[in-house]
Design a binder for this molecule. Sequence first.
Ligand SMILES: Nc1ncnc2c1ncn2[C@@H]1O[C@H](COP(=O)(O)OP(=O)(O)O[C@H]2O[C@H](CO)[C@@H](O)[C@H](O)[C@H]2O)[C@@H](O)[C@H]1O
Length: 755
Amino acid sequence: MASIGTLPFVLKIKPEGTVLSHSQNQYGPRFSIFMYRPRKSCKFGVSNHGFSPRFRPPRAANKEEESGDVSEDTFQANIEKSKKVLAMQRELLKQIAERRKLVTSINSSIINPEEDKVSNEQPENYLSSSALASTSGDDFPKQQSGSFSSNSQDSSTVDQLSEGASLASSKGYEEGGRDIGDQLPEKDATFPRSSTDYWNEVSTEKIQSDELPTFLSSSLKVATINVEKHVDQGESALSEINNVESDMIEKEPPPPPLAGANVMNVILVAIECAPWSKTGGLGDVAGSLPKALARRGHRVMVVVPRYGNYAEPQDSGVRKIYKVDGQDIEVTYFQAYIDGVDFVFIHCPMFQHLGSNIYGGNRMDILKRMVLFCKAAVEVPWLVPCGGVCYGDGNLVFIANDWHTALLPVYLKAYYRDNGQMRYTRCILVIHNIAHQGRGPVDDFSYVDLPEHYLDLFRLYDPVGGEHFNIFAAGLKAADRVVTVSHGYAWEIKTSEGGWGLHNIINESDWKLRGIVNGIDVKEWNPEFDVHLTSDGYTNYSMETLHTGKPQCKAALQKELGLPLRPEVPLIGFIGRLDHQKGVDLIAKAIPWMVSQDVQLVLLGTGRQDLEQMLRQFENQHPGKVRGWVGFSVKTAHRITAGADILLMPSRFEPCGLNQLYAMMYGTIPVVHAVGGLRDTVQPFNPYNESGLGWTFDSAESNKLVNALGNCLLTYREYKKSWEGLQKRGMEQDLSWDQAAKKYEEILVAAKYQW
Ligand SMILES: Nc1ncnc2c1ncn2[C@@H]1O[C@H](COP(=O)(O)OP(=O)(O)O[C@H]2O[C@H](CO)[C@@H](O)[C@H](O)[C@H]2O)[C@@H](O)[C@H]1O
């Protein structure tokens, strides 16, 4: 019997003549032609759905088939067809193998330790050559007035950079970096891969031109056996093979990105980014919003300082010297590609080992760090090749965050756009907390290296600070658009109470301001998959297992904290920075009432020393009921969120607030001061129609907190069904970043078309 050879998928031919695809899902079987095209999570061109051929629906077997009476001719034709298909497959595989060899050889020439060593010893040459490579032939814009690269070495580097590819040296990283972009198979602009990630992935799998990948060859064997075994069903097989053949010829186009024609290059710049660095909500946002934007099809990068020796990022080899306060400071750019996002870490001794003290040091230390960071970040699209290709300035929007990066839109304007460069690049500025502004005496202007006429952007007068230098003010004026993290807060910052002296500027910029409520990372903050709930007696749980999982977490938390193991007693949690904003003093005033109730209370936080001391004192005074955990512990934050019944957030102001969102995901009921994002996200419980998500109080006073908490405790004790309803409604919400990312996209697009 003639062998049908090998097929790249499993053909299971049932006796009655139907042919099933190897894999099907609820949407029906799919087929993706075997193309070599690197795409997000799409190795070797296999579709995101896996390698699954699409067949037509099985048709009813006719009588002839049933009898198995198929002519020899038909059978031969069947085999011939199959051979053709196989020949096509083999040719494609050969091409793949050749491409792989090419990429592997380029890769090994790039990752050459010897050359790295030499480069490290000769930073000047290395810088110019690698940076040259990274520009990929784009013209690197020269900095002009107020140039921060004023030392001769640096300016010569910039000059060299501007020469572009013509000066590229002929070997090593630069050549690879340049050429790889050209040589790689068609690069999907909307799903870029980091070069190292891509190369590693490809080169680690060995494949010979005459050898099939294992995942194929095993399928092929089965296919052969199956087809041989059931070859008497020839006609049916023939018709299906015809289908396959024509399907293979018509390539299935990749699905369009969610962002459609709006796909852009987006660079989010933040001073902290979870999981590497985090002191609060900004870190969470910087770690998760970019991934949601990438899921929409944008090419997204995050730029953040490198505070420690993180495992993932690799030295990109790009170095640059910046002047800060008259001193030359060398910066190295590290990078990683994770979850569809390019993460670029700015390494420099100024940032090293500051991970647990990001805002530490005196005012000048902090200012210099921010100046350096913004100078280095604004150049990343020219310097750091991601996936072999720099982002460049076309179709590019920066997202700066809070005062720490508010210099970025100013530098973009002063160094580039005022000089006719990066004309199409935009910068939006996100306000996470307007209370921190980068204030100082007007003389601080000399540290930011800007032309004199820029002083007016920074100069501000207010009754509290008098005339002063204000970085946030300058950023808000220079930004193309401004976003803040809830609708409520967008309104509050226009008032004199909520604007902290910047309300006039905000009001003048009202046309470019929008409130977008933060989302949350539903992988990280999800009781079903939470990695911090897999040990010490905790357990993962979902809506279905809430009634067993949450009590187990509560017991584990009580045990871990050394509190009495009492399932019936309401366990109240607080997590947050210990400062005026978070209203810890309101809790302090409410403590006597709280300990008079049959409750347990755990407070986790760091910040002001007097407030830290207060937490310790609460615990000392009420050891059987209160725990004051002074410290920053992500694990404990997750465990409190899971184990507590109630989360308190009496914040005086709260731009958005993430803890109440996390709490609701975990079936923990928030009791919050109805302000800013808390008012936007916690609809008050209405017992009459069983709606709402928690309890709110309308002014930052401890008696109001007591009143709201009292109602909450009553419901917890007396109205179990209502309580379960609150938990269920909270957990059912879609709090993911996807909706918010769509709104950010609208802002990005508005900024892009704005002149
Ligand atoms: N001691 C501790 N140990 C472990 N984890 C701790 C911790 N203290 C705080 N956290 C964590 O830090 C984050 C705090 O986020 P928030 O949004 O509540 O506040 P923050 O005021 O920092 O953020 C600002 O920016 C965010 C993002 O835009 C806005 O939501 C917010 O209103 C605004 O004030 C949460 O992930 C929380 O679990």
